[in-house]
Design a protein around this ligand. Structure first.
Ligand SMILES: [Zn+2]
Ligand SMILES: [Zn+2]
Length: 279
């Protein structure tokens, strides 16, 4: 027996962070409450995924908290109010050496989001895209890592592909070439890219031509409009009250660029297992 349900982007948020990551707040239960109050029909929890060697520990839960997090999500699934489905996921920073590990995680949870926040491959030397101005070489590194992530086949969608805009403050031929490479890779691998609302909540960036959000980057999504790209949008909430915040502004970016926001198909097996796909 299989139960299928389809959801429009309007009533979905799959990108959420709780107290578990250390820089977010709210319990899973509080998210369920908030999602229900905001009229969402499908809520996904996507805490930053810890890795066994402790890399990126400053911005995520301890590896030992995995069980508690997944347990809380399971409880939320079972007790969510009528009309709201809850699914369990992680946002994963991709490096090739974690491919096997993420594959195991993927078997326990309902979906994984792929992201790149750190340009270093050295375990003891983080180079976060939030810390310093990015050089052209950094931008190329980001693009290579992001495309590797998209090609891994592990992820439902790529989070904030234009995150480099946070500290790459020029729109030049490199920015254009990298954006194109990411978009073409997403299309070739049939992975959706995310218009992320969290960038609109961050401090604006001052350029010669004025102020802009660190991301989403308008020129990135203008380039995307020329491709048959699958697009999703999520709040990337770091507290329950933001569970659906920014939806309209992000949906407008899609509309302005003739990008079609995906819908979601959730198939529920009798065993309780859930398969989610984009349509
Ligand atoms: Zn976060
Ligand atoms: Zn996130």
């Amino acid at each position: 027996m299989m139960q299928n349900q389809e959801y429009n982007q309007e009533v979905v948020n799959l990108h959420t962070h709780s107290f578990y990551c250390g820089h977010g707040s709210g319990t899973i239960e509080e998210y369920v409450q908030a999602a229900s109050e905001h009229g969402l029909a499908l809520l996904g929890m996507s805490e930053h995924c810890p890795v066994p060697d402790g890399r990126w520990h400053r911005s995520r839960m301890d590896y030992s908290q995995i069980e508690a997090y997944e347990h809380d999500c399971q409880m939320a699934k079972e007790t969510a109010p009528e009309g709201l489905a809850v699914i369990t996921g992680y946002e994963c920073d991709y490096l090739p050496e974690y491919q096997g590990y993420y594959r195991e995680v993927a078997e326990r949870v309902d979906y994984l989001i792929g992201a790149i926040h750190d340009l270093s491959t050295d375990l003891n030397n983080e180079h976060s895209v939030f810390w310093h101005q990015l050089s052209k070489k950094d931008l190329a590194t980001y693009t290579d890592m992001y495309c590797d992530m998209l090609s891994s086949g592990l992820f439902l969608f790529g989070a904030h592909p234009d995150l480099f805009g946070y500290y790459y403050h020029h729109w030049d031929t490199e920015a254009e070439a990298c954006s194109r490479a990411i978009i073409e890779c997403a299309v070739a691998n049939n992975v959706a890219l995310e218009i992320n609302a969290n960038g609109m909540r961050k401090r604006k960036v001052q350029l010669d031509e004025g102020w802009r959000h660190p991301y989403p980057l308008s020129p990135f999504w203008e380039i995307a409009s020329k491709y048959p790209l699958q697009v999703v949008t999520h709040s990337d909430a770091h507290k329950p009250s933001l569970v659906n915040e920014g939806y309209e502004a992000c949906a407008n970016i899609a509309i302005e660029n003739n990008l079609q926001l995906c819908s979601y198909r959730v198939e529920r097996e009798q065993s309780g297992n859930v398969q989610i796909s984009l349509i």
